[in-house]
Design a binder for this molecule. Structure first.
Ligand code: ZN
Length: 74
């Protein structure tokens, strides 16, 4: 009896949902990505977050374009 082994796609991850834009880098630390800090956000003010750099511990206000792209990103 011959056993046919199927080799091919099947275990591959289809559809990763990390379609989020990469965050910007810090103006002071070009190697550091900024973190989206949502500590100040809450119901009704979802867009009041800011960027935070773990390198220089500075907070940065996102640009209007960044707010649009990142506020409702999962
Ligand atoms: Zn920094």
């Amino acid at each position: 009896m011959t056993v046919v082994r199927r080799v091919g796609p099947g275990g591959a991850h289809a559809g990763d949902d990390d379609a989020m834009d990469p965050p910007p880098t810090c103006p002071n630390c070009p190697d550091r990505l900024l973190w989206k800090d949502t500590r100040e956000t809450g119901p009704g003010k979802e867009d009041s977050w800011f960027w935070f750099c773990t390198g220089c511990h500075q907070a940065y206000v996102p640009t209007p374009d960044q707010k649009l792209r990142f506020t409702y990103a999962a």
